[in-house]
Design a protein around this ligand. Structure first.
Ligand code: NAP
Ligand code: HSE
Length: 437
């Protein structure tokens, strides 16, 4: 074995993911030593509250609270697993400046500060590994960066948030209420510290920006592309989609489009016969299309303690072997090549599902159709069932009315949205979702 010295790790954060990492390193140490060519040793585990009961038994004397330990000479790698962006960013900067490699699962941090941190790593000749930051245990970063390196990536279409996918599955398949499904996702360790990031589409969009930078060299911020979460959906929407032959999934897309990069993260109707529609619970799936390989699918648990820890430990093994140090400087994370410009949102073209709560009175459907027609939006089909729902105290009853459109642009839809907002034939809770394919 070339290097018999252990790889020495400062673990920062011992929550869901951190304690999973510690468990794998301690319980699978012989197997890991074989695959890494040397031992991987935890030399410190830094937490906020050292008195908390942990579900992992650490060796004596390594639990600590001081970030100074990151700079200790006996540390080779800082494993940042605390989440958030302020302290986490400081920890990563502190580690890189003190000549340590970094492993992180923190997509919020890389989305917000990745540019600066990758540059700092490059300047210091250090490596940042981030497999766990996108799709939990699914090796899609390695897939795009290494296994598909021969290809110009054409498109990435992905379910990237385990929590949202779990909630959608619970609601439709197990009749769980939205609130109960959120709290079950929290209990299972899938959700972020603030689950709003999961359900409003932020987490999936952050992961999409990392993939866009890796695959297309494009640095996107969250304000550059449409983002919508599952928090706007009702169970009735999932059932309408089902009736129409679709499943609703929080889909993140990055694809080449006439010299631009089209980006969006939105709950999307996907035909039931497509592989992505069958992804359930907290599983993620990423379809990556390369110019040589065609379509490939990566799938597996996108959240949770052990799947995410699996990705973190794989990064540590890559560092122990020395592979990560070889390949990191060759990734297109510094804009060496011409990045694809982002397609302006108004020009994105798709079909749409529109759901209205319409007042059950003469002229309602024609008001909606007129507004859509005014903006060049053509109706492909519509559904109105013969039942009424509560209208929140107003005199007229309210009925759900669903429209499927032909392909139209986001710009046309936004113009129609403005007019629909002033349409007194419908309630204000109008929902618009894109349709895939
Ligand atoms: P978590 O369960 O909330 O654990 C956070 C850990 O960080 C805790 O041990 C906490 O210490 C420690 N910590 C927080 N702030 C600290 C501070 N200021 N100083 C010292 N320690 C601090 O979070 P998690 O779910 O493991 O997530 C960690 C990271 O992994 C996040 O970036 C998350 O987005 C990412 N991630 C999570 C998953 C998942 O499925 N959970 C999947 C992929 C990626 P105490 O224990 O003392 O409070
Ligand atoms: N909260 C995230 C999710 C964790 O549910 O996908 C994995 O990044």
């Amino acid at each position: 074995m070339a290097n018999q010295q252990p790889l020495r790790v400062a673990l920062v954060g011992l929550g869901t993911v951190g304690s999973g990492v510690a468990k794998i390193l301690l319980e699978n140490s012989e197997h890991i030593k074989q695959r890494a060519g040397r031992e991987i040793e935890i030399v410190s585990a830094i937490v906020r509250d050292p008195t908390k009961t942990r579900n992992v038994k650490l060796p004596e004397g390594i639990l600590a609270t001081s970030f100074d330990l990151i700079e200790a000479p006996e540390v080779d790698v800082v494993c940042e697993l605390i989440g958030g962006t302020t302290t986490a960013g400081d920890i990563v900067r502190q580690g890189l400046t003190a000549n340590k490699h970094v492993v992180t699962a923190n997509k919020a941090l890389l989305c917000e500060q990745g540019d600066e941190l990758f540059q700092l790593a490059q300047q210091n000749g250090k490596t940042i590994c981030f497999e766990a930051a996108v799709a939990g245990g699914v090796p899609v970063i390695d897939g795009v960066a290494q296994s598909l390196a021969a290809n110009k990536i054409q498109s990435i279409k992905a379910i990237l948030n385990g929590t949202s996918n779990y909630i959608l599955t619970e609601m439709l398949d197990h009749n769980t209420s939205y609130e109960d499904a959120v709290s079950k996702a929290q209990d299972k360790g899938y959700a972020e510290a603030d689950p709003k990031m999961d359900v409003d589409g932020t987490d999936a969009a952050q992961k999409l920006t990392i993939l866009a930078q890796l695959a297309f060299g494009t640095k996107a911020s969250l304000s550059d592309f449409p983002r919508q979460g599952i928090d706007e959906l009702n169970l009735a929407d999932l059932k309408y989609a089902d009736e129409l032959g679709y499943r609703v999934k929080l889909l993140a897309i990055a694809r080449r489009n006439n010299g631009f990069l089209e980006l969006h993260t939105q709950p999307t109707l996907i035909r039931k016969n497509l592989p992505m529609a069958a992804v359930y619970d907290a599983y993620n799936m990423i379809e990556v299309e390369g110019d040589a390989v065609g379509k490939t699918w990566f799938a597996g648990m996108g959240a949770g303690q052990m799947p995410t820890a699996s990705a973190v430990v794989s990064d540590l093994i890559d560092l122990a072997v020395g592979r990560a140090q070889q390949t990191f400087p060759l990734l297109d994370l510094w804009g060496q090549s011409e990045p694809l410009p982002i397609l302006p949102a108004e020009k994105i073209e798709r079909k749409y599902y529109l759901r209205f709560h319409a007042f059950d009175q003469p002229g309602t459907i024609s008001s909606i159709a007129t507004i859509l027609g005014n903006h060049g939006i053509s109706i492909a089909s519509c559904i109105q069932h013969d039942f009424e729902i509560q209208s929140g105290g107003s005199a007229a009853s309210v009925v759900p009315f669903v429209v499927m459109t032909h392909a139209t642009t986001e710009g046309q839809m936004r113009a129609a949205d403005e007019e629909l907002a002033n349409c007194n034939a419908i309630q204000p809770d109008y929902l618009r979702l894109p349709i895939q394919g």
